[in-house]
Design a protein around this ligand. Structure first.
Ligand code: FES
Length: 195
């Protein structure tokens, strides 16, 4: 897979370019919109960009997305910084998103976050030194009936107790490098959605 993020010796900026597979998918999605309205494709294109570049969006990546969509970079920054599913700094292979909204909070989300922090030895917003886990808290993930819950990648883990949550984290840790294949899987996932 061709995926370019080399550094220019002139500007010091990274050259960012999608792989052929991701670029073809991006063009397919953009073609769904009338000429001049490609901005409407910004959310799926940002998802693809995040999957292409290790799970986060650098300024260079967002600038590249702006070029693809023929819009101003600031328009991409605004969207990317609004939604919690986009990461603006490097993250671990597994991004843990614990819901902190009312129903989950009432069912013990705060204690769950403290439990995860203790288990992984990091604070909310941080990544473990081995680059395996990043811990985030997010607003309602629309699974309030199974609170408390968390999302890792595209999987929901629901009705969590400390024991269940610990077992889930151990399972991901045991998968080790296998988990790093998620990026390829995500591109495939987006290809399936936008067939
Ligand atoms: S409040 Fe947590 S999923 Fe809705």
């Amino acid at each position: 897979m061709q995926q370019d993020s080399s550094v220019s010796k002139y500007s010091g900026k990274k050259h960012v370019k999608f792989s052929d597979e991701a670029l073809a998918l991006a063009h397919k999605i953009m073609k769904r919109y009338p000429e001049g309205k490609q901005k409407s494709a910004i959310l799926p294109i940002l998802h693809i960009a995040q999957a292409e570049f290790e799970g986060w969006l650098s300024v260079e990546t967002m600038d590249y997305v702006a070029t693809l969509l023929k819009i101003q970079s600031i328009e991409v920054y605004e969207v990317a910084s609004f939604y919690s599913m986009f990461n603006l700094k490097p993250v671990g292979k597994c991004v843990i998103e614990v819901c902190r909204t009312g129903p989950c909070w009432l069912m013990g989300a705060e204690d769950l976050v403290r439990f995860i922090e203790k288990k992984l030895g990091i604070k909310e917003g941080q990544t473990t030194p081995d680059g395996m886990f990043t811990l985030k808290t997010v607003e309602c993930l629309a699974s309030c009936g199974t609170a408390p819950m968390m999302q890792i990648g595209e999987t929901y883990h629901e009705n969590l107790t400390f024991e269940k949550c610990g077992a889930v984290l151990d399972e991901y840790k045991n998968k080790g490098e296998q988990v790093s294949h998620w990026r390829k899987e995500r591109i495939k996932h987006h290809s399936d959605i936008h067939r």
